[in-house]
Every structure is written in structure tokens, then in C-alpha cells.
Design a protein around this ligand. Sequence first.
Ligand SMILES: Cc1ncc(COP(=O)(O)O)c(C=O)c1O
Length: 377
Amino acid sequence: MRRIYLDNNATTPVLPEVVVAMQPWWTERFGNASAVHEHGRVAREAVDHAREQVAALLGARATEITFTGSGTESDNHALFGTLQPGQHLITSSIEHHAVLHAGHELERRGVELTVVDPGSNGVVPVETIRAAIRPNTALISLMLANNETGVLQPVREVAAIAHERKILVHTDAVQCGGKLPIRVRDLGCDLLSLSAHKMHAPQGVGALWSRRGVQLRPLLFGGPHERQRRAGTENVPGIVAFGHATALAQSWLPEGPAALARLHHHFESELLRRIPNAIIHGQHVPRLPNTTSVRFPGIDAEALVIALDLQGLALSGGSACTSGAVEPSHVLRAMGLTNEEARSTVRISLSRLTTPEDLNLALTLLEQTITRLRSLT
Ligand SMILES: Cc1ncc(COP(=O)(O)O)c(C=O)c1O
């Protein structure tokens, strides 16, 4: 059976070139990057080179990059590393749980928290954020692109407002990294999170960019790694892979997003033409060129995902499995969808490896399976 993978917002396949680049760092070049001998020095150089590659993807300085163990850690570090009890955090209800749950934990520890909602189009209005600002607001955390809908958020506008009031801005750019060009100086934010496994590098590596001058307290204590910002022996193979993947993404970025957007646009037009009553969330606002959140009224998304998986097509339901129970997506609920509407939504996410043939076959399988499921009800 031919397998088609359209769940790239969950994770991406590691590129063969990235595997090749990473491989020696497990075998002959196994050194600890903190060691003073040759083995260590070679590993240190490799980590520093990767740091330059990741910085280049963001138009940043290498010294502003801290390697972490995940996008989740980067998000947590941005929030816990800058906020103190008595200060105020503004974030949005469509953030990844790495930000939302960190925000709620900070609230339990004495930070004031405001969670603002998006409109029904999935965009968090700048005015809602402006209205939430208080004299003690210290940080605004607003994602660059949502992982479920792909909807882009007005981070640049929010940063402009925040800086007039000396408020820091963090953006979770985990879903944007390598999909759209990111220039941190143009965005105007102070902290930005990335995750390697969303960019064709392995799972378990992330990066936090923090603008020079931002006071970032460490989350982990131990050795002086990562300029005292993150103790723990570096994951050299993972970091090398991350650096290599960012360099490959960088060479794809000038032309790639427009080509992917054309493929994606054609796919969505066909989806709407071939499947009656399909509704694409955030259809008329700027989105990532790879993400479709689509509702098929009357269809149970979990049943659809399982039926498609049996036929070799991988995509994801608009819900998350929390403690064994399938909960409707908090993002779709925040956009005003009912539980039932959220439960009939799936997320289809392409990558730069997705081909027109993959999408044609996916369309056929979707059309056939939805017709069959609808005939049963
Ligand atoms: C928007 C967003 N932020 C953060 C994360 C967490 O990244 P990681 O899986 O590296 O912990 C994800 C992962 O899905 C994500 O989509």
C-alpha cells in the first residue's frame, strides 16, 4: 500500500541529507562539547556552527540562540525565564499547550494572566491585546502561526504596541520555522521559539532566540552550558542536524513557499469542489502555505482519520487525546466552534516533500471515504 503522510505539523520526516550530517556525531565524533581536548573542541565547533546556521535562518546573532530540548522547553523558558510574581502576562487561547499550560502554572505562582480570544477567523485581534495591557504587563506571548489552522497572527503589530510600553514580546514560531521567512528584527519581538522536528530534523531539539539585552533566567541549573542559560551536556548530533536542516530550509525559502502555496491552494480548491459542505477554517485570512483545517459536517473526525489510516493516508483529527479521553481542540473551541463542529474537523498538513501525486491520491481517498461514512449515517 502506498503511504501518504499529511501530518507534517505533528512532525516531519528527517531529510536523508540531515541523517548523513548527523551520523558521525554518534560514532567517531562522540566528544563532549565542554571537553578541552580535540574530541571536545571538534564537537564545540560543530555546535557553534549549527548556532550560526539557526541564527542565519532568523537574521539573528549566533550569541542570541540557546539550544533546548524541544519547542516546549523553548516556550517554557521564554515565559518562566522572564516573568516574576506580581507581573502580568498576556497570551491567547489558541496557543500551544506549551505556552498555555506554562501560563497557568505561572498564574498559580503569582503571575497575573490574561488569555485573549481570537475572532471566528482564527486571528487574535491586535485591539483585544492592546485593551488587555495593564501597567504591570511584562510579557505578551503570541504565536506566529497556529499549529491547527495555520492562521498567521499579528505579532509585528503587537510588538510595535508592546515596545511603546516597554513590554517584552515572545512568539512561538515553531510552525513557521522553515516554512516562511522569519526576520526577528522586522518582527520586532524579543524572544522566539523553534523546534527542529517541524523542520525535517530529529525530535528532541529546540532553540530559543532571545534578543541581546533581554534578561533570561535559566530553567535548569548545573554546568555553564549555553552561556549559563541552559545547563546540560549538549545534544551534539541533534544540534548538528538542526543546523543542517535550517541551512537546507534557508536555501528553499526564496522560491519554496510560493510553490508550496500554489500546490496547497489547488488542493483546497479541489477539496471544496469535490466534497459537499466542506468548510475550511480561516480560509480568507493569511495562513501557512501548508496547513488546512477542514470541517466535514456530519462526519466524526476520529472515524475518518482511522478509516484513512487503514488506506495509507495519515492526517490528524481536530482533537487531542488527553488522559485517554478525546477532547475537542481548544483552538477550534476558542474560535467559536461547538464541540460537535470541532469533532468533525481534521487537519491536513503538507511539507515541502509533498507531491501533486500525493495530494491527488489523498483527495480521492477523502472523497470516497467521506461519501461512504455519510451514507452510513
Ligand atoms: C505551535 C507549537 N508550539 C510548540 C510545540 C511544541 O514543540 P515540541 O514538540 O518540540 O515540544 C508545537 C508542537 O506541536 C507546536 O505546534
